[in-house]
Design a protein around this ligand. Structure first.
Ligand code: ZN
Length: 134
C-alpha cells in the first residue's frame, strides 16, 4: 500500500493545488530516518527558502515537520531542477484538511503546468519509496 496518494489536482492561475491522502498507518510527520533516505536524491532540500517558525530554510524543520510539507518541498525541488531556476521562484503552502484522516492540501506556484504535474507525481513516487509502512 502506498503511504501517499494524490486525490485531486486543480490547476489555477499560476498555481497548482493538490489534495493528497495519507494511508491510515503512514506517519503524519517526518523523521531523521526518512530525511536520510531522501538526502541522496534531494541534496538541496535543506537549503530551500521556507516560511516556518524555526528558521529561514527548510533545513530548520525538515526532520520534524508534517509529511505533506515535505512533499511540497520535494515538488519545488523537482521544479527548480527542471526549470533551472532559484527555489525562490517557486513558492508553496501546505495545510492539513484533516490531520487525523491524513488529508492535506498543497499549493505550489509554477511556470509550466505540465512540469508541475510531473513534479507532483514524481515527488509522490520518491516519498512512497522512502516511507516504510506496515
Ligand atoms: Zn516550507
Amino acid at each position: 500500500m502506498d503511504a501517499v496518494s494524490i486525490e485531486q489536482f486543480t490547476v489555477g492561475e499560476g498555481r497548482l493545488v493538490c489534495e493528497i491522502r495519507l494511508a491510515p498507518s503512514a506517519p503524519r510527520v517526518t523523521s531523521p530516518d526518512l530525511i536520510m533516505r531522501l538526502e541522496g536524491p534531494f541534496p538541496h532540500l535543506a537549503h530551500h527558502a521556507c516560511v516556518n517558525e524555526e528558521g529561514a530554510t527548510f533545513g530548520a524543520v525538515m526532520d520534524h515537520t508534517s509529511l505533506p510539507h515535505l512533499l511540497e518541498h520535494l515538488v519545488i525541488d523537482l521544479q527548480v531542477r527542471e526549470a533551472q531556476r532559484d527555489d525562490d521562484a517557486f513558492a508553496g503552502t501546505t495545510d492539513w484538511i484533516d490531520q487525523e484522516a491524513g488529508t492535506a492540501r498543497i499549493q505550489v506556484s509554477f511556470t509550466d503546468d505540465l512540469a508541475a504535474l510531473r513534479a507532483f507525481r514524481d515527488a509522490v513516487r520518491f516519498l512512497n519509496d522512502a516511507i516504510v509502512i506496515p
